[in-house]
Design a protein around this ligand. Structure first.
Ligand SMILES: [Zn+2]
Ligand SMILES: [Zn+2]
Length: 156
């Protein structure tokens, strides 16, 4: 799964050469001074306990990034947030399954945000388009791991 993120990340961020950018997945919000960018995508979940599957337009990803100009290296950390099954409510967050085009979309968005912060991009085009889908239920913060971690944009 992470392979897809790395390949697309390197394809995009090679455009920032001679600066080298690195992508790592993290389990927790990093300490220290980082810029943060939170995005959403259409993702799928499947409960390991009961087999219930659902689609969410609120699949959250948080990126933390920084560029060390002294050595010319930039770092992007990211965390993919899960959701709880609304049938089991075991307090366990199921991992999100990401569609390739959604990975490409959110990486393009963070690429543009970093371009704005460090490379003088004027107006980054933020792509909010998502796969066609009918789920139009309101966001349930109780089931959202990003809400629990305080990075969700729609927390109550
Ligand atoms: Zn379940
Ligand atoms: Zn949330």
């Amino acid at each position: 799964m992470e392979q897809m993120w790395q390949v697309e990340f390197q394809r995009l961020f090679a455009q920032y050469l001679p600066h080298l950018w690195f992508l790592s997945v993290v389990e927790e919000r990093p300490t220290g001074v980082w810029s943060v960018f939170v995005d959403s995508a259409k993702v799928r979940f499947c409960c390991e306990e009961c087999g219930h599957g659902w689609t969410s337009m609120k699949g959250r990803v948080a990126f933390w990034f920084t560029l060390n100009l002294m050595v010319g290296e930039g770092f992007v950390l990211f965390k993919l947030f899960g959701q709880q099954c609304d049938r089991c409510k075991l307090g366990r967050y199921e991992p999100a399954m990401w569609y390739p085009e959604e990975v490409i979309k959110v990486l393009a968005n963070v690429y543009n945000r970093i371009g704005q912060v460090y490379y003088g991009f004027y107006q980054p085009p933020i792509h909010r388009s998502r796969r066609q889908g009918k789920p139009r239920t309101p966001h349930n913060s109780d089931l959202c791991q990003a809400c629990k971690d305080g990075v969700c944009t729609e927390r109550r």
